[in-house]
Design a protein around this ligand. Structure first.
Ligand SMILES: Nc1ncnc2c1ncn2[C@@H]1O[C@H](COP(=O)(O)OP(=O)(O)OP(=O)(O)O)[C@@H](O)[C@H]1O
Ligand SMILES: [Mg+2]
Length: 258
């Protein structure tokens, strides 16, 4: 950790969001949600199903608007960040008809980068993510872990400094999940990325995050925020990690079970 004062990457202030059910009744998804996520850090959102975690990401991305309150990225409106925001939605969105190289290179294609530069960049990303040899395959030919790495590769190719990640590792086995967690921490550090990361796993949240925001069951409200001061890289086997994390984990569990 540095001693440099932190600035805010994502902030929500008093957000209220209602949906209308098919029967026509209003369902409050978010009730006066306020939170701050710091620049260059991972902030995790944890909460039961239906607590509005995905809704928060959609509002910050500008895909959806809140009924009241304000959402900002670095103090500005979300729609000013089109192209500067990487968004990994809850159901991964590799395009099934495109080879891995074209899926990863999609953001470069969109901005019109020439094929040669694009090819070099995609090859570098594949190497970094351990995806060499998969470039000409289609997503269905890859394991779940590899598909997730390819989706992260596309975020990297986009070069966006802000990432929204909705349960990106939830369908993976524990070993793959831990490997991708370490990879994410490395990418965030090396590329000064600010990430808002949704997870159901308390263990994942305390390993990744510098701040964990806990949401109540719907309608979603922030019930507690934990700052985790354990420095990176975190070693799950170290005594320091064991001591601190057990304490924080117990606190989060007790807040969630209230
Ligand atoms: N388009 C929609 N129309 C109606 N209700 C919606 C819509 N999208 C979300 N909701 C409702 O808003 C609430 C919050 O949904 P959201 O998907 O944000 O929860 P979540 O915390 O991401 O849940 P999960 O952990 O299951 O992914 C839920 O009650 C959900 O049914
Ligand atoms: Mg969700």
């Amino acid at each position: 950790m540095t001693g440099i004062a932190q600035t805010t990457a994502f902030s929500l202030h008093n957000i209220i969001k209602d949906y209308t059910s098919r029967e026509g009744t209003a369902v409050r998804a978010l009730d006066s949600v306020s939170l701050d996520a710091e620049q260059g850090r991972i902030t995790c959102l944890v909460g039961p199903t239906g607590s509005g975690k995905s809704t928060i990401l959609r509002i910050i991305s500008g895909i959806e608007e809140a009924d009241s309150g304000s959402a900002q990225i670095s103090g500005r409106k979300p729609h000013e960040f089109i192209g500067k925001l990487g968004y990994l939605t809850q159901h991964h969105t590799l395009l099934p008809w495109m080879r891995i190289r074209d899926n990863i290179g999609l953001p470069l294609d969109i901005v019109g980068q020439n094929r040669e530069t694009q090819g070099e960049k995609v090859a570098r990303i594949c190497e970094l993510l351990g995806l060499q040899g998969t470039e000409s395959l289609y997503p269905y030919e890859l394991s779940g872990g590899m598909q997730q790495r390819a989706a992260i590769g596309r975020l990297l190719a986009g070069g966006a400094p802000y990432w929204l990640m909705d349960e990106p590792f939830s369908a993976l086995d524990e070993k793959t999940r831990q490997r991708l967690q370490r990879l994410l921490l490395q990418l965030v550090r090396e590329n000064s990325i600010s990430a808002l990361f949704v997870t159901h796993s308390i263990d994942e949240a305390v390993f990744l995050a510098d701040r964990v925001v806990i949401l109540s069951a719907g309608p979603g409200r922030v019930i507690e925020t934990f700052d985790i001061a354990v420095s990176h890289p975190r070693d799950r086997l170290s005594n320091e990690y064991g001591r601190n994390m057990e304490r924080i984990r117990r606190k989060i569990e007790s807040v969630l079970s209230e």
